[in-house]
Design a protein around this ligand. Sequence first.
Ligand code: KIV
Length: 280
Amino acid sequence: MARLTILDIQAMKDKNEKISVMTAYDAVSARFAEAAGIPLLLVGDTLGMVIQGHNSTIPVTLDHMIYHTQIVSRVTTKSFIIGDMPFMTATTDAHDTLKNAARLMQEGGASCVKLEGGEFIAPTIAKIVQAGIPVMAHIGLTPQSVGQFGGFKVQGRDLGRAKQLLADAKAVQEAGAFAVVLELVPTPLATLITEQLHIPTIGIGAGVGCSGQVQVFHDVLGLFDAFIPRHTKRYAEIGKMIQEALAQYHADVGAGQFPTDANSFGMDETVINQLRDELR
Ligand code: KIV
């Protein structure tokens, strides 16, 4: 079966089928997410936090993103792979942005690129789309500008900012984006934006009115404990299971209870006896 395309994604929206998106950064997360039937995998720059151990996405480079996108595209066959453009690689400089987007597609094997920003970056989006690269936009709380927002705060609660978010959504759609992520947007506003657009909206902390949802792999599986965002639901506590399993391994090694014969390999006794004799 061929990979999903932007036409399939638009068809899901048109049929009112909710679209699930999960981040994936490596072979393990990508294989599990695809096997679970999740149609869109986002190689997000959140890998700066959940994989690299930084406290923001700012240190992530284009080379990091290409490396992780390569892995995710290598081990999957059906999923649509979204390659995230990291800090300062998607700007109002359309020439540079296009070169960076092309690397994520050509070297990383992404199916599309995702970039943060609304009205101000719409002309850049238009240039990338005209060059033949599908673009997923990302508005609301855009984590690469978290310093500008003064923290991970819900966006668009007042009339002025709500109008701006609606204008951003319309501008990226007009520029040719095939979908838009709405991050930390109040549910009624995200619902209204979804009603006003013909392209799908993918929410994270934006309520159930969006066309689809995106979540971070490590958040939903209990693998990231630095903080638990309110928009996340923990579907499993894998981190706790890993911790317990590793503690048990450590205890077994200490007590000489691992490995057992079942985990070990034998040899012809005459050979080992001969070697021992020679050493006497
Ligand atoms: O980088 C990422 O994982 C994202 C999601 C939080 C939408 O951009």
